[in-house]
Design a protein around this ligand. Structure first.
Ligand code: XUL
Length: 517
């Protein structure tokens, strides 16, 4: 019964899954929702509301208290001494700032006191900027200018400078709090911070999460001297080492052995970002499959056969925890846009679905660029008029046509913006809230000309971490255990109905409307 444990510290909750690779089953799951379980942190959605100038921060002590609650709950559900390996993942880009006492004392935690009480005095910045933070526009520009432009940053780091990425956030901290920056001996990502706490050592950052910082050179998979210099002084000595996903960060520290009953010596594989972890947990760590997650915003990610950056600068390249690289692209106008069109006509989701079913592929050439908010893919000027179509949105009278135009527009755009990845997927795995909708899944299959499947997996981030721990420590083939745990839901396959050229002219018209001829 070799159990492995995968941890997921995400924006709104901390959760974990324990799997048994012999019986190929889930042994236990637990989750702590920050807002509900830790109301004292006054972060109902996991971040501190009301930040000014685009700041969105979370309290790192909340992540530590959540970890303790989580293991307390899990201990009641499963014998943690049977866990033989652990790994984890964190929300990407968020950063934790620590003084030299962290480096000297992280291996001395005392079970008589909580993690948060002991670690609080080691923080040089009380709160952590997270991925929703957009306060660093000036710093993005400064970094890009210092290294010779955004195309150079993109070529080096896999992304242009992005507000939520860690490098621009570090630069902002250095500028607004130079003394606290001087006091800072270590800057961790959420993933490497929690991995360090679990191991009682200062853990490395993996290439998956490290590439979300605008600091890592994706051709060398190491810190980039030019980017570091453009970001803040003497940054190299404040950053942990970079390592590949299949590295042992350490063994579980005595704190967790004594307090929660883990076996002494349990190995911990380096943590990664939530998206790289989800790539594994969706069973897509090998090139050939791609994942589309339909959420508030839609994301598209895939393992990449080669390291390639988006020439348009909208996509991101991260390390693939299974080796090599992965691409990720975010589309702001996901569910938000679908909802906007639904609400304009006073429809419910059943009527929305019926509209898709009752309208023809190609929508009789009625096309919409369904951007209700400034889009990141393509990168759009915040002041640009956002919603375009072959008629102004207020003039769309036919609800069914508008709904099909919105959904087709979303996936035509997604296909056009992800062509740089040069992927020819055999299968698309669809996940997230709207993925259950067969009519939306059909449009995805038609536009991408690929088979679409939904997986039975729900917690793909934590599952990915437990699969990585199993593969790394039990010597199991990652693809094999992915296929055991990440099975398609029966009868969920949707095949394309459209012909291969069905969207050719619509794609051209879409680019014209967008002004990208
Ligand atoms: C990816 C991103 C988010 C975070 C939080 O670039 O910002 O997906 O990882 O989930």
């Amino acid at each position: 019964m070799p159990y492995t444990l995968g941890l997921d510290s995400s924006t709104q909750s901390c959760s974990c899954i324990v799997i048994d690779t012999d019986t190929q089953s889930v042994v236990a799951e637990a989750a702590v929702n920050f807002g509900e379980c830790l109301p004292q942190f006054k972060a109902p959605s996991g971040f501190i509301p009301g930040g000014s100038n685009g700041e969105v921060h979370s309290d790192p002590l909340m992540w530590l208290d959540a970890l303790e609650q989580l293991f307390g709950d899990l201990k009641a559900k499963c014998d943690l001494s049977k866990v033989i390996a652990i790994s984890g993942a964190g929300q990407q880009h968020g950063s934790v700032y620590l003084n030299a006492r962290w480096l000297n004392n992280i291996n001395t935690l005392d079970t008589a006191r909580s993690l948060s009480t002991q670690i609080a005095p080691w923080l040089t910045r009380a709160t952590s900027p997270i991925w929703m933070d957009s306060s660093s526009t000036t710093e993005c520009r400064e970094i890009a200018e210092a290294v010779g432009g955004d195309s150079i940053v993109c070529n080096k780091s896999g992304s242009i400078t992005i507000e939520r990425f860690t490098g621009p956030q570090i630069r902002r901290f250095y500028k607004i709090s130079p003394e606290a920056y001087t006091q800072t001996a270590r800057i961790h990502l959420v993933s490497s911070f929690l991995c360090s706490v679990l191991c009682g050592v200062d853990a490395p950052i993996d290439t998956g999460d490290g590439a979300g910082m605008n600091l890592l050179n994706i051709h060398e998979w190491n810190w980039d001297a030019d980017l570091l210099e453009a970001t803040a002084p003497e940054l190299i000595k404040r950053l942990p080492k970079i390592t590949q996903g299949s590295t042992t960060a350490g063994q579980i520290s005595n704190y967790f052995v004594q307090k929660y009953g883990f076996a002494s010596g349990t190995p911990i594989s380096v943590f990664t970002g939530d998206n790289p972890s989800s790539l594994v947990g969706m069973g897509a760590s090998r090139p050939g499959k791609l994942v589309i997650s339909l959420g508030t915003s839609d994301t598209f990610f895939a393992a990449m056969p080669n390291v390639l950056a988006d020439p348009q600068g909208c996509g991101h390249v991260f390390g693939n925890p299974a080796g090599g690289s992965m691409s990720l692209q975010c589309f702001v106008n996901g569910s938000l846009a679908r909802e906007e069109v639904k609400d304009k006509f006073g429809y419910d989701w059943d009527q929305f679905t019926a509209a898709l079913v009752n309208t023809p592929i190609g929508n009789d050439d009625k096309i919409m660029v369904p951007f209700f908010r400034p889009e990141t893919s393509p990168c759009m000027d915040l002041d640009a008029p956002i919603l375009k179509g072959n008629d102004a949105f207020e003039n769309w009278q036919d609800a069914n046509a508008a709904i099909r135009a919105c959904v087709e527009g979303q996936f035509i755009n997604m296909k056009l913006r992800t062509d740089w990845m040069q992927l020819k997927p055999e299968v698309i795995y669809l996940t997230g809230g709207a993925s259950k909708n067969d009519a939306i899944a059909q449009v995805v299959a038609d536009v991408f000309q690929a088979k679409v499947q939904r997986l039975a997996v729900s917690s793909s981030v934590a599952l990915g971490a437990s699969l990585r721990a199993a593969s790394h420590n039990l010597g199991l083939d990652l693809n094999e255990i992915e296929s055991q745990f990440c099975k398609p839901e029966s009868d969920s396959t949707i095949n394309p109905k459209a012909t291969a050229d069905a969207y050719n002219s619509a794609s051209k018209v879409f680019e014209d409307l967008l002004g990208k001829k």
